[in-house]
Design a protein around this ligand. Structure first.
Ligand code: IDP
Ligand code: MG
Length: 152
C-alpha cells in the first residue's frame, strides 16, 4: 500500500476536554508519522470551506459556529494507508455507533461533539491539507525505526 497523507483535526471539544495527548498518542502508537501540527482557532471562511460539502445540511450553521468557537489541533499524518487507517482509528460519525476502541467510541456520545475530524478520501485529504497548511509547515522525514520495518 502506498504512503499517503491525511488531514486530522482535534475539534474544540477535544481540546477543551483535555484529550489532545490521548488522541495524538493513538496515531503515534499505531505507527503513523506526524508531518504537520499546529493549534489555531479557525476563521469562519476556513471552517465554511472545510465543511463546504455540508453547506445545505441543517446542521451546517451550528457546525461552523462550533468549529470556530475555540482552538483546534490541526495535524497531517503520513503512512501506508493512513487515510482509511485514520478513519478506522476515529470511528463512526455517530459516537454511539462508533466501536469501542475507536476515538469516538471511547471518548464521545454526541454527534455534534465527536471530538475529531479526519479526511474521508484521497481527494478530500489533498484539499484539506492544502486548506489548513502551508507547504513549508509540512515536514518530510523518515522515523528512525522505519529501517526496522519489513518490506511491503
Ligand atoms: P465525519 O466527521 O465522520 O466525516 P460528516 O458526515 O462528514 O462526518 O459530518 C461532518 C461533521 O458534521 C460530523 O463530524 C459532525 O460533527 C457533524 N454532523 C454530521 N451529521 C450531523 C447531524 O446529523 N447533526 C449534527 N451534526 C452532524
Ligand atoms: Mg466528513
Amino acid at each position: 500500500m502506498a504512503s499517503e497523507r491525511t488531514f486530522v483535526a482535534i475539534k474544540p471539544d477535544g481540546v477543551q476536554r483535555g484529550l489532545v495527548a490521548n488522541i495524538l498518542g493513538r496515531f503515534e502508537r499505531k505507527g503513523f508519522t506526524l508531518v504537520g501540527l499546529k493549534m489555531l482557532t479557525p476563521s469562519r471562511p476556513l471552517a465554511e470551506q472545510h465543511y463546504g460539502v455540508h453547506r445545505q445540511r441543517p446542521f451546517f450553521g451550528g457546525l461552523v459556529e462550533f468549529i470556530t468557537s475555540g482552538p483546534v489541533v490541526a495535524m497531517v499524518w503520513e503512512g501506508d494507508g493512513v487515510i482509511a487507517g485514520a478513519r478506522a482509528l476515529i470511528g463512526a460519525t455517530k459516537p454511539l455507533e462508533a466501536a469501542p476502541g475507536t476515538i469516538r467510541g471511547d471518548l464521545a456520545v454526541d454527534i455534534g461533539r465527536n471530538v475529531i475530524h479526519g479526511s474521508d478520501g484521497p481527494d478530500t485529504a489533498q484539499f484539506e491539507i492544502g486548506l489548513w497548511f502551508q507547504p513549508e509547515e509540512l515536514n518530510s522525514w523518515t522515523p528512525a525505526d522505519h529501517s526496522w520495518r519489513a518490506e511491503a
